[in-house]
Ligand binder design. Structure first.
Ligand SMILES: NC(=O)c1ccc[n+]([C@@H]2O[C@H](COP(=O)([O-])OP(=O)(O)OC[C@H]3O[C@@H](n4cnc5c(N)ncnc54)[C@H](O)[C@@H]3O)[C@@H](O)[C@H]2O)c1
Length: 238
């Protein structure tokens, strides 16, 4: 498979390494210094594009892939305000988009367990829930896309909670997400259900970026030749 890498930072470089291990070719590399090369004729040299850039640049990069007719896998977080317009553009142009706020297998199993646990907790109102995420200091968005997914899934399943709040105090109707920034942490997420008598936690800690990069490449292999909008549930069938 020929891959166009859009964003050649920490994730872009990790994806390049694993792509080569899996016998894929890198047909195009776009970063901030050669953005003008993100043109249809260059993109069409690839079977699929993988986009890991910044919240500000992702929506436009994705639209360019749709217009070139090249399916794109996006891992950039923090641009969900633009989701509806990007999804509309994808449908209008008959494009292909795979989005995941987190490509690691373990986190997607965590998402599944989190929903199940939230559903169970409707029967046990002595527990309150909070979320903590810890990431490296270069992360731009806050809270992480993964923490937002965890919170929104709890809100959908657990009747008492209606919204989440960043770094505030938990209230009966809101889930507190605490976002911590520390050197060299690829990503830690903990969902805590706390009662007077005990604490129940779901915890995931990424050991490196490799798990995210591998997940993005598996998504790219899945997307080759596809149209429409997909996510990790389509890939993992959890
Ligand atoms: N979904 C996941 O599993 C997952 C995992 C890790 C990181 N992320 C997210 O991926 C994104 C990138 O993470 P990173 O750690 O590689 O960041 P990074 O800062 O190391 O790399 C981002 C790269 O994008 C480049 N860039 C900026 N604007 C651009 C543009 N207009 N066109 C092309 N390139 C541009 C930057 O120069 C930089 O090299 C972040 O949003 C991060 O939160 C997601």
């Amino acid at each position: 498979m020929k891959i166009a890498l859009i964003g050649y930072g920490k994730m872009g470089r990790e994806i390049e390494t694993i792509s080569r291990e899996r016998n894929h070719t890198i047909a195009l590399v776009i970063d901030v210094n050669n953005q003008q090369d993100l043109r249809p004729e260059n993109l069409r040299k690839a079977d699929v594009a993988i986009e890991f850039t910044t919240p500000l640049s992702a929506p436009d990069n994705l639209r360019r892939c749709f217009e070139a007719g090249v399916p794109v896998v996006c891992g950039t977080t923090g641009w969900m305000d633009a989701w509806n317009t990007v999804a509309d553009a994808c449908k209008r142009t008959n494009g292909g988009l795979f989005y995941a706020s987190n490509f690691s297998l373990g986190v997607n199993i965590l998402f599944y367990l989190n929903k199940q646990l939230a559903r169970i907790m409707n029967r046990f109102n002595q527990y309150d829930v909070r979320i903590e995420e810890i990431h490296h200091t270069a992360k731009i968005d806050k809270p992480s896309g993964t923490a937002i997914t965890l919170a929104n899934d709890i809100i959908r399943e657990f009747k008492a909670k209606k919204r989440w709040e960043l770094d505030g105090a938990s209230t009966p109707q809101s889930i507190m997400i605490q976002a911590v920034r520390k050197e060299n942490i690829p990503g830690i997420h903990t969902v805590t259900w706390d009662s007077e008598n005990d604490i129940l936690q779901l915890h995931h800690s990424a050991k490196s970026r490799r798990g995210f990069a591998l997940g993005a490449i598996l998504a790219a292999e899945f997307m080759s030749g596809k149209k429409g909008i997909y996510g990790m549930n389509d890939l993992l069938q959890l």
